[in-house]
Design a protein around this ligand. Structure first.
Ligand SMILES: NC(=O)c1ccc[n+]([C@@H]2O[C@H](COP(=O)([O-])OP(=O)(O)OC[C@H]3O[C@@H](n4cnc5c(N)ncnc54)[C@H](O)[C@@H]3O)[C@@H](O)[C@H]2O)c1
Length: 345
């Protein structure tokens, strides 16, 4: 079974690639190591996969594979998935059975000023993967969608059958467009795909632009940390290992026997709803330091409560989050302190 993972220098992609490599699977990892946040963190993640490319990123073309020194069946390509030709070359050479697609410009905030990046990276990039899968058929494509697709939905928990017609960002538009594209390709070309609507992920090796990271940084540096609505808003924090477990179970179960005959599926994958103020408290405990709190009103366009109804996924693959907030923040805090003191290696 040959597996493609896009976005493998990213938070979730790297964790998934590591899990599959440890199982001895043949994995081709792809990322364009974009500068959307600290590149050295991405290179350190790749280092975990046995890929030492610290000094040579710019010399790596899309054609040159770097082989892992820890996992002989893991290779990496510095490829931009928004470039159709490169994606086709990759599929031609890789002859994949399965694609796990994480590569995207993430986060809603940046999309307010930079909508075009989301169209080229997330929409065109996904279309290129689908087009390549037409020419070089796969058994299954699993791809990252987002809780953002629920947009202005007041009814929580969010369930997959709720309307997604009121997106609050171009990021959300890009993820919903991926889902609609996947349906069309499943319907016309019978390409089996599964969307995972992911809710806020946290844990070691996480993303520096996300709240757990920003909170940890503020707490440890003694800077004030901004809480909206006095922290009385709920988010569905999901620990990284739980996401990886879900991805690994779903990837082996392509949606072949659906009711309407279209091999298409989508599932929420989330942890459990937690008040932001409780999350901060748990992080304070884990880091051993109190936060300086600065309160602000809710910004326009932010939802007060975002959490997932994961009962469909539970029924499908018997998946439930295993790591609670106390355990998750403790693991995250331990990693954060060690990584930013000694650079983690
Ligand atoms: N982390 C979360 O809480 C969360 C929540 C909802 C959805 N998601 C989605 O899950 C996926 C993974 O998220 P993450 O947190 O690991 O993000 P991430 O930013 O850490 O990882 C994404 C990776 O994709 C790469 N990439 C971006 N554009 C590319 C391109 N054109 N070609 C090749 N590589 C490209 C980036 O360099 C990055 O390393 C994304 O699609 C994201 O939108 C994440």
């Amino acid at each position: 079974m040959r597996i493609l993972i896009t976005g493998a220098a990213g938070f979730i992609g790297c964790a998934a690639a590591l899990r599959l490599a440890e199982q001895g699977r043949a994995v081709v990892c792809v990322d364009n190591i974009s500068h959307c946040y600290d590149v050295s963190l991405k290179l350190d993640r790749l280092y975990r996969l046995g890929l030492s490319i610290k000094d040579g990123v710019d010399s790596l073309g899309p054609e040159r594979a770097v082989v892992s020194r820890n996992y002989p069946d893991l290779r990496f390509f510095n490829t931009d998935i928004s470039d159709k030709k490169s994606v086709f070359n990759l599929f031609e050479r890789g002859r994949f059975d399965l694609a796990i697609h994480f590569a995207a410009k993430s986060g809603a905030g940046y999309s307010r000023e930079n909508a075009d990046v989301y169209i080229s990276n997330n929409i065109q990039g996904f279309l290129n993967i689908m087009e390549a899968a037409r020419r070089y058929p796969l058994k299954h494509i699993v791809y990252a969608s987002s809780s953002a697709v629920y947009g202005r939905n007041e009814q929580v928990p969010f369930a997959e059958n709720q309307s997604c017609g009121k997106p609050l960002s171009v990021y959300a538009v890009s993820k919903r467009t991926n889902e609609l594209t996947a349906y069309a390709y499943a319907n016309i070309y019978k390409i089996p795909s599964t969307a995972l609507r992911i809710f806020t992920v946290y844990g070691p090796w996480g993303r520096p632009d996300m709240t757990p990271f920003l909170f940890a940084k503020a707490i440890l540096s003694g800077e004030p940390l901004t809480l909206y609505n006095g922290g009385a808003i709920k988010r569905d924090f999901t620990y990284i290992d739980d996401i990886v477990e879900g991805v690994c179970r779903v990837m082996d179960r392509p949606p072949v026997k659906t009711e309407d005959g279209v091999p298409y599926a989508l599932y929420n994958i989330g942890g459990s709803p937690v008040l932001i103020s409780d999350f901060v408290e748990s992080l304070e405990k884990s880091l051993g330091k109190k936060a300086l709190i600065h309160e602000d009103p809710m910004p326009k366009g932010e939802m007060e409560n975002v959490w997932a109804d994961c009962s469909s996924l539970e029924r499908f693959i018997d998946w439930r989050p295993a790591i609670n907030i106390e355990e998750g923040t403790a693991r995250f805090a331990k990693w954060y302190k060690s990584y930013y003191k000694g650079n983690g290696k």
